[in-house]
Ligand binder design. Structure first.
Ligand code: 9WO
Length: 260
């Protein structure tokens, strides 16, 4: 996959994307990343990328010209037309599903805004899709772009050693992760649950599933309602309920147990 980024802060992309799995994905050619400085495409004398808002108001707006100029300058060297994504709080939420969908595209172009907003004609003329990484305002789209690249890069074929990890994510099927442990067996008085040392693979699998269900019910009941649950899952949820884990009751658990 190829990813081009347009930003007035290209130096922000040095570091996070040079190391670890994304760094290796780039070194091995699974991900080709090109970060472009929008300021180099600002035509005016002062290379301005922002201007005052028409209609008045506080704050500055990102000018449209640098984005369009950058496209005109870069397009002749591009292998095709990229899928253009603007990172913005007004976008559709980045989910694992969206990351999987984007990972299937051969060529992305990520637009990063700054200031208090971006001239609307950038959306009209260049953007295929607007994506948000969450409901908070940042100082720009650069960190969200890096989050998107990280989420997508690890899904590219050959990037993760075992596709089993990726398969397990979809197998865990919309539930939260179970607790994980490594050595030592006892650390500062905190012991690893006995079942994980038992060698009973069936018991380990059931314990993990039960823990995933428990955590999801308590922390993300919205996800529990969406997850594909089978008869064993409902049995484990009933066990947790009978153990008093859900206190006065979690509505999502009642709903799931009533449904069958
Ligand atoms: C700033 C602001 C100040 C006063 C009143 C309204 C305001 N809106 C904004 C604003 O949205 N600024 C953005 C900053 C302009 C585009 C780039 N910025 C940005 C992107 N902030 N947060 C994101 C972002 C992108 C993707 N996912 C989450 C947040």
């Amino acid at each position: 996959m190829r990813v081009d980024v347009l930003t007035i802060f290209p130096e922000m992309f040095r570091g996070p994307l040079d190391v670890s799995i994304v760094g290796r994905a780039r070194a091995e050619g699974h991900l080709e990343l090109h970060v472009h400085d929008l300021r180099e495409h600002a035509r005016d004398r002062h290379r301005l990328t922002d201007d005052y808002p028409f209609g008045g108001g506080s704050g500055m707006v990102m000018k449209p010209e640098p984005f369009f100029q950058a496209f005109d300058a870069l397009a002749p060297g591009w292998p095709g037309r990229p899928w253009v994504v603007l990172l913005s709080p007004q976008g559709e939420r980045l989910t694992q599903r969206k990351a999987v969908e984007l990972s299937g595209r051969p060529f992305l172009c990520l637009l990063c805004g700054r200031y208090e907003g971006i001239d609307e004609r950038v959306r009209e003329g260049l953007v295929d899709e607007e994506i948000s990484i969450g409901d908070y305002v940042l100082t720009g789209g650069e960190l969200p772009a890096m989050v998107l690249i990280d989420a997508v890069a690890r899904l590219l074929p050959g990037v993760l050693g075992s596709p089993a990890s990726v398969a397990e994510e979809s197998f865990t099927g919309g539930l939260l992760e179970y607790p994980q442990y490594t050595r030592p067996r006892v650390f500062r008085g905190m012991a690893v649950p006995d079942v994980l040392l038992s060698g009973d693979h069936g018991a380990v699998r059931r314990w993990r599933r039960k823990q995933s269900l428990c955590r999801t019910a308590l922390r993300r009941p919205d996800l529990l309602l969406l997850a594909p649950l089978d008869a064993e899952d409902r049995r484990l949820l009933r066990e947790l309920k009978d153990e008093g884990v859900f206190g006065d009751g979690v509505p999502a658990v009642e709903q799931v147990l009533a449904a069958r």
